[in-house]
Design a protein around this ligand. Structure first.
Ligand SMILES: CC(C)(COP(=O)(O)OP(=O)(O)OC[C@H]1O[C@@H](n2cnc3c(N)ncnc32)[C@H](O)[C@@H]1OP(=O)(O)O)[C@@H](O)C(=O)NCCC(=O)NCCS
Length: 281
Protein backbone atom coordinates (compact mmCIF):
# COMPACT_ATOMS: atom_id res chain seq x y z
CA UNK A 1 0.00 0.00 0.00
CA UNK A 2 1.26 3.46 -0.96
CA UNK A 3 1.42 6.02 1.88
CA UNK A 4 -0.96 8.26 -0.10
CA UNK A 5 -3.61 5.52 -0.53
CA UNK A 6 -6.75 5.95 1.59
CA UNK A 7 -6.63 3.75 4.68
CA UNK A 8 -8.20 0.32 4.35
CA UNK A 9 -11.71 -0.13 5.81
CA UNK A 10 -12.10 -3.53 7.44
CA UNK A 11 -14.23 -5.38 9.98
CA UNK A 12 -13.13 -5.05 13.61
CA UNK A 13 -12.45 -8.18 15.64
CA UNK A 14 -11.68 -8.90 19.29
CA UNK A 15 -7.99 -8.95 18.29
CA UNK A 16 -8.20 -5.18 17.62
CA UNK A 17 -9.07 -4.45 21.26
CA UNK A 18 -5.64 -2.93 22.19
CA UNK A 19 -5.86 -0.47 19.24
CA UNK A 20 -9.50 0.30 20.07
CA UNK A 21 -8.66 0.93 23.74
CA UNK A 22 -5.90 3.32 22.59
CA UNK A 23 -8.59 5.31 20.70
CA UNK A 24 -10.84 5.30 23.81
CA UNK A 25 -8.00 6.48 26.04
CA UNK A 26 -6.95 9.26 23.66
CA UNK A 27 -10.53 10.58 23.61
CA UNK A 28 -10.83 10.25 27.43
CA UNK A 29 -13.84 7.93 27.00
CA UNK A 30 -14.98 5.37 29.57
CA UNK A 31 -15.36 2.06 27.70
CA UNK A 32 -13.51 -1.08 28.76
CA UNK A 33 -12.28 -4.10 26.77
CA UNK A 34 -15.44 -5.85 27.99
CA UNK A 35 -17.59 -3.15 26.36
CA UNK A 36 -15.78 -3.68 23.03
CA UNK A 37 -16.16 -7.44 23.40
CA UNK A 38 -19.94 -7.23 23.80
CA UNK A 39 -20.44 -4.57 21.11
CA UNK A 40 -18.40 -6.57 18.58
CA UNK A 41 -20.21 -9.80 19.55
CA UNK A 42 -23.74 -8.34 19.38
CA UNK A 43 -23.06 -5.83 16.57
CA UNK A 44 -20.68 -5.09 13.76
CA UNK A 45 -17.54 -2.97 14.01
CA UNK A 46 -15.58 -1.44 11.19
CA UNK A 47 -12.34 0.50 11.30
CA UNK A 48 -9.65 2.17 9.23
CA UNK A 49 -6.15 0.73 9.51
CA UNK A 50 -2.79 2.42 8.94
CA UNK A 51 -0.18 0.77 6.71
CA UNK A 52 1.10 -1.20 9.71
CA UNK A 53 -2.40 -2.64 10.24
CA UNK A 54 -3.10 -0.59 13.36
CA UNK A 55 -6.73 0.60 13.70
CA UNK A 56 -6.85 4.42 13.87
CA UNK A 57 -10.61 5.02 13.42
CA UNK A 58 -13.70 3.04 14.43
CA UNK A 59 -17.50 2.81 14.29
CA UNK A 60 -19.93 0.13 15.52
CA UNK A 61 -23.52 -0.73 14.60
CA UNK A 62 -25.76 -2.57 17.07
CA UNK A 63 -29.07 -4.09 15.81
CA UNK A 64 -31.97 -3.43 18.19
CA UNK A 65 -35.37 -5.06 17.63
CA UNK A 66 -36.46 -5.28 13.96
CA UNK A 67 -36.31 -1.65 12.93
CA UNK A 68 -33.44 0.19 14.67
CA UNK A 69 -29.66 0.16 14.41
CA UNK A 70 -27.57 2.06 16.94
CA UNK A 71 -24.29 3.64 15.81
CA UNK A 72 -21.59 4.12 18.41
CA UNK A 73 -17.86 4.26 19.07
CA UNK A 74 -17.24 6.76 16.27
CA UNK A 75 -13.63 7.57 17.10
CA UNK A 76 -10.82 8.93 14.96
CA UNK A 77 -7.23 9.25 16.22
CA UNK A 78 -6.30 12.89 16.82
CA UNK A 79 -3.73 13.07 14.00
CA UNK A 80 -6.21 11.48 11.54
CA UNK A 81 -9.10 13.91 12.05
CA UNK A 82 -10.59 16.32 9.46
CA UNK A 83 -9.81 14.04 6.53
CA UNK A 84 -13.29 12.60 6.07
CA UNK A 85 -12.62 9.34 7.97
CA UNK A 86 -15.64 9.60 10.31
CA UNK A 87 -17.85 10.47 7.33
CA UNK A 88 -16.57 7.40 5.46
CA UNK A 89 -17.18 5.09 8.42
CA UNK A 90 -20.65 6.55 8.93
CA UNK A 91 -21.48 5.98 5.25
CA UNK A 92 -20.58 2.31 5.72
CA UNK A 93 -22.77 2.07 8.86
CA UNK A 94 -25.69 3.76 7.06
CA UNK A 95 -25.39 1.46 4.04
CA UNK A 96 -25.46 -1.61 6.29
CA UNK A 97 -28.48 -0.39 8.28
CA UNK A 98 -30.42 0.75 5.17
CA UNK A 99 -29.81 -2.65 3.60
CA UNK A 100 -31.26 -4.29 6.70
CA UNK A 101 -34.29 -1.95 6.70
CA UNK A 102 -33.25 -0.30 9.96
CA UNK A 103 -33.47 3.36 11.01
CA UNK A 104 -30.09 4.63 12.26
CA UNK A 105 -29.91 6.26 15.69
CA UNK A 106 -27.03 7.64 17.73
CA UNK A 107 -26.15 9.97 20.59
CA UNK A 108 -23.84 12.67 19.21
CA UNK A 109 -21.07 14.55 20.97
CA UNK A 110 -20.70 18.23 20.02
CA UNK A 111 -17.70 17.19 17.86
CA UNK A 112 -19.71 14.52 16.06
CA UNK A 113 -22.99 16.43 15.61
CA UNK A 114 -21.96 18.48 12.52
CA UNK A 115 -20.69 15.33 10.78
CA UNK A 116 -24.02 13.53 11.38
CA UNK A 117 -26.12 16.60 10.49
CA UNK A 118 -24.38 16.80 7.12
CA UNK A 119 -25.30 13.14 6.55
CA UNK A 120 -28.98 13.90 7.19
CA UNK A 121 -29.35 12.99 10.88
CA UNK A 122 -31.79 15.16 12.85
CA UNK A 123 -31.65 15.82 16.60
CA UNK A 124 -34.41 14.81 18.98
CA UNK A 125 -33.71 14.97 22.72
CA UNK A 126 -30.81 16.36 24.75
CA UNK A 127 -28.84 14.24 27.19
CA UNK A 128 -26.20 15.37 29.70
CA UNK A 129 -23.22 13.43 31.01
CA UNK A 130 -23.07 14.00 34.79
CA UNK A 131 -20.01 12.98 36.81
CA UNK A 132 -19.42 12.58 40.55
CA UNK A 133 -15.91 12.16 41.94
CA UNK A 134 -15.07 9.35 44.35
CA UNK A 135 -16.57 9.69 47.82
CA UNK A 136 -17.52 7.29 50.59
CA UNK A 137 -20.75 5.36 49.91
CA UNK A 138 -23.64 7.20 51.55
CA UNK A 139 -27.01 6.25 52.96
CA UNK A 140 -28.84 2.99 52.76
CA UNK A 141 -30.91 1.38 50.04
CA UNK A 142 -34.41 2.84 50.21
CA UNK A 143 -37.59 0.94 50.99
CA UNK A 144 -39.58 -0.53 48.14
CA UNK A 145 -36.44 -1.49 46.23
CA UNK A 146 -34.55 -4.73 46.02
CA UNK A 147 -31.43 -5.91 44.21
CA UNK A 148 -32.13 -7.46 40.81
CA UNK A 149 -32.15 -11.28 40.82
CA UNK A 150 -31.48 -13.53 37.80
CA UNK A 151 -35.22 -14.26 37.59
CA UNK A 152 -35.88 -10.53 36.96
CA UNK A 153 -33.96 -10.34 33.66
CA UNK A 154 -37.05 -10.67 31.41
CA UNK A 155 -38.88 -8.06 33.50
CA UNK A 156 -36.02 -5.53 33.40
CA UNK A 157 -35.57 -6.07 29.64
CA UNK A 158 -39.30 -5.31 29.24
CA UNK A 159 -39.01 -2.15 31.38
CA UNK A 160 -36.04 -1.00 29.27
CA UNK A 161 -37.86 -1.77 25.99
CA UNK A 162 -40.89 0.23 27.13
CA UNK A 163 -38.74 3.23 28.03
CA UNK A 164 -36.20 3.05 25.12
CA UNK A 165 -38.84 2.15 22.51
CA UNK A 166 -37.13 -0.95 21.09
CA UNK A 167 -36.27 -4.27 22.73
CA UNK A 168 -32.59 -5.06 23.35
CA UNK A 169 -32.77 -7.97 25.83
CA UNK A 170 -29.31 -9.40 25.06
CA UNK A 171 -27.62 -6.09 25.84
CA UNK A 172 -29.64 -5.52 29.02
CA UNK A 173 -28.92 -9.05 30.25
CA UNK A 174 -25.21 -8.56 29.57
CA UNK A 175 -25.04 -5.26 31.49
CA UNK A 176 -26.93 -6.79 34.43
CA UNK A 177 -24.91 -10.00 34.57
CA UNK A 178 -21.58 -8.16 34.68
CA UNK A 179 -22.03 -6.78 38.19
CA UNK A 180 -22.93 -7.86 41.68
CA UNK A 181 -25.45 -6.57 42.63
CA UNK A 182 -26.85 -6.47 39.09
CA UNK A 183 -28.74 -3.29 39.92
CA UNK A 184 -31.99 -2.46 41.69
CA UNK A 185 -35.66 -2.86 40.86
CA UNK A 186 -38.56 -0.83 42.28
CA UNK A 187 -41.91 -2.46 43.00
CA UNK A 188 -43.82 0.20 41.07
CA UNK A 189 -41.91 -0.55 37.85
CA UNK A 190 -38.47 1.06 37.95
CA UNK A 191 -35.01 -0.30 37.29
CA UNK A 192 -31.40 0.89 37.55
CA UNK A 193 -28.46 -0.92 35.96
CA UNK A 194 -24.75 -0.09 36.17
CA UNK A 195 -21.42 -1.31 34.82
CA UNK A 196 -17.73 -0.79 35.44
CA UNK A 197 -16.00 1.79 33.24
CA UNK A 198 -12.41 2.74 32.42
CA UNK A 199 -12.49 5.90 34.54
CA UNK A 200 -15.89 5.78 36.31
CA UNK A 201 -18.76 3.38 37.00
CA UNK A 202 -21.56 4.08 34.52
CA UNK A 203 -25.02 4.28 36.11
CA UNK A 204 -27.81 3.56 33.61
CA UNK A 205 -30.18 2.85 32.16
CA UNK A 206 -32.58 4.19 34.79
CA UNK A 207 -36.26 3.66 33.91
CA UNK A 208 -38.86 4.85 36.41
CA UNK A 209 -42.47 6.03 36.57
CA UNK A 210 -41.48 9.33 38.26
CA UNK A 211 -38.54 11.40 39.51
CA UNK A 212 -38.98 10.26 43.12
CA UNK A 213 -38.57 6.60 42.13
CA UNK A 214 -35.57 7.42 39.91
CA UNK A 215 -34.03 9.22 42.91
CA UNK A 216 -34.59 6.25 45.21
CA UNK A 217 -33.00 3.91 42.67
CA UNK A 218 -30.04 6.28 42.38
CA UNK A 219 -29.70 6.45 46.17
CA UNK A 220 -29.43 2.65 46.28
CA UNK A 221 -26.45 2.90 43.91
CA UNK A 222 -24.88 5.74 45.92
CA UNK A 223 -25.18 3.61 49.06
CA UNK A 224 -23.24 0.83 47.31
CA UNK A 225 -20.50 2.60 45.34
CA UNK A 226 -17.86 5.10 46.45
CA UNK A 227 -15.92 5.16 43.17
CA UNK A 228 -16.28 7.93 40.55
CA UNK A 229 -19.68 7.71 38.83
CA UNK A 230 -21.11 8.93 35.53
CA UNK A 231 -24.76 9.13 34.47
CA UNK A 232 -26.09 10.13 31.04
CA UNK A 233 -29.36 11.72 32.09
CA UNK A 234 -32.22 12.86 29.87
CA UNK A 235 -32.49 16.66 30.26
CA UNK A 236 -36.28 16.75 29.89
CA UNK A 237 -37.07 14.76 33.05
CA UNK A 238 -38.41 17.31 35.54
CA UNK A 239 -36.32 17.76 38.66
CA UNK A 240 -33.80 15.04 37.87
CA UNK A 241 -30.91 17.45 37.19
CA UNK A 242 -31.56 19.20 40.52
CA UNK A 243 -31.60 15.82 42.24
CA UNK A 244 -28.23 14.89 40.67
CA UNK A 245 -26.70 18.25 41.68
CA UNK A 246 -27.86 17.73 45.27
CA UNK A 247 -26.01 14.39 45.27
CA UNK A 248 -22.71 15.89 44.13
CA UNK A 249 -22.91 15.35 40.34
CA UNK A 250 -21.99 18.06 37.84
CA UNK A 251 -22.50 18.27 34.08
CA UNK A 252 -19.49 17.33 32.00
CA UNK A 253 -20.76 17.41 28.40
CA UNK A 254 -23.96 17.33 26.34
CA UNK A 255 -25.14 14.75 23.82
CA UNK A 256 -27.90 15.01 21.20
CA UNK A 257 -30.00 11.95 20.31
CA UNK A 258 -30.24 11.87 16.51
CA UNK A 259 -32.00 9.70 13.92
CA UNK A 260 -31.61 9.34 10.17
CA UNK A 261 -34.98 9.07 8.49
CA UNK A 262 -38.22 8.42 10.28
CA UNK A 263 -37.50 8.07 14.01
CA UNK A 264 -38.61 4.77 15.46
CA UNK A 265 -41.36 5.05 18.10
CA UNK A 266 -39.75 7.02 20.92
CA UNK A 267 -40.86 4.59 23.59
CA UNK A 268 -42.02 6.19 26.81
CA UNK A 269 -39.64 9.15 27.21
CA UNK A 270 -41.28 10.17 30.48
CA UNK A 271 -39.95 6.90 31.99
CA UNK A 272 -36.41 7.36 30.63
CA UNK A 273 -34.25 9.09 33.24
CA UNK A 274 -30.80 7.84 32.19
CA UNK A 275 -29.65 6.03 29.07
CA UNK A 276 -27.35 2.99 28.97
CA UNK A 277 -24.59 5.18 27.50
CA UNK A 278 -24.17 7.17 24.28
CA UNK A 279 -22.54 4.22 22.49
CA UNK A 280 -25.50 1.98 23.42
CA UNK A 281 -28.46 4.39 23.47
C1 LIG B 1 -15.96 13.63 15.84
C2 LIG B 1 -14.89 12.86 15.06
C3 LIG B 1 -15.27 11.39 15.06
C4 LIG B 1 -14.87 13.39 13.63
O1 LIG B 1 -13.93 12.60 12.89
P1 LIG B 1 -13.26 13.14 11.55
O2 LIG B 1 -12.66 11.99 10.84
O3 LIG B 1 -12.41 14.31 11.84
O4 LIG B 1 -14.57 13.64 10.75
P2 LIG B 1 -14.61 14.09 9.22
O5 LIG B 1 -13.22 14.33 8.73
O6 LIG B 1 -15.46 13.15 8.46
O7 LIG B 1 -15.40 15.47 9.35
C5 LIG B 1 -14.90 16.48 10.25
C6 LIG B 1 -14.67 17.79 9.53
O8 LIG B 1 -13.56 17.70 8.66
C7 LIG B 1 -13.93 18.20 7.40
N1 LIG B 1 -13.10 17.53 6.39
C8 LIG B 1 -13.27 16.29 5.89
N2 LIG B 1 -12.31 16.03 4.99
C9 LIG B 1 -11.51 17.12 4.95
C10 LIG B 1 -10.33 17.45 4.23
N3 LIG B 1 -9.79 16.60 3.36
N4 LIG B 1 -9.76 18.66 4.46
C11 LIG B 1 -10.30 19.53 5.33
N5 LIG B 1 -11.42 19.27 6.05
C12 LIG B 1 -12.00 18.09 5.85
C13 LIG B 1 -15.37 17.87 7.30
O9 LIG B 1 -16.04 18.65 6.33
C14 LIG B 1 -15.84 18.21 8.68
O10 LIG B 1 -16.02 19.61 8.81
P3 LIG B 1 -16.66 20.36 10.09
O11 LIG B 1 -15.58 20.45 11.12
O12 LIG B 1 -17.05 21.70 9.56
O13 LIG B 1 -17.82 19.53 10.54
C15 LIG B 1 -13.48 13.05 15.68
O14 LIG B 1 -13.24 14.43 15.85
C16 LIG B 1 -13.32 12.36 17.02
O15 LIG B 1 -12.96 11.17 17.09
N6 LIG B 1 -13.60 13.11 18.12
C17 LIG B 1 -13.53 12.56 19.47
C18 LIG B 1 -14.58 11.49 19.71
C19 LIG B 1 -15.98 11.95 19.33
O16 LIG B 1 -16.48 12.98 19.78
N7 LIG B 1 -16.64 11.12 18.48
C20 LIG B 1 -18.00 11.37 18.02
C21 LIG B 1 -18.92 10.54 18.82
S1 LIG B 1 -20.63 10.91 18.49
Amino acid sequence: MDATDPPKLRALTAGDTPDLMALVEEAGWNQTPRDWQIMLAQGKGRGLADPAGRIRASAVTLPYGDALGWIGMVLVAGDWRKRGHATRLLADCIEELRGAGRVAGLDATPAGEPVYTRLGFAGTERISRWRRPARAPQGAAAEGLRPIAPGDLARIAALDAESFGTPRPALIADIARRSDPMGWIAGEGGVLLHRAGRNARQIGPICAPDTATAGRLLDAALAAFGEPLVIDACDARPGFGTLLEARGFSVERPFTRMYLGTPVPPGAPARRFAIAGPELG
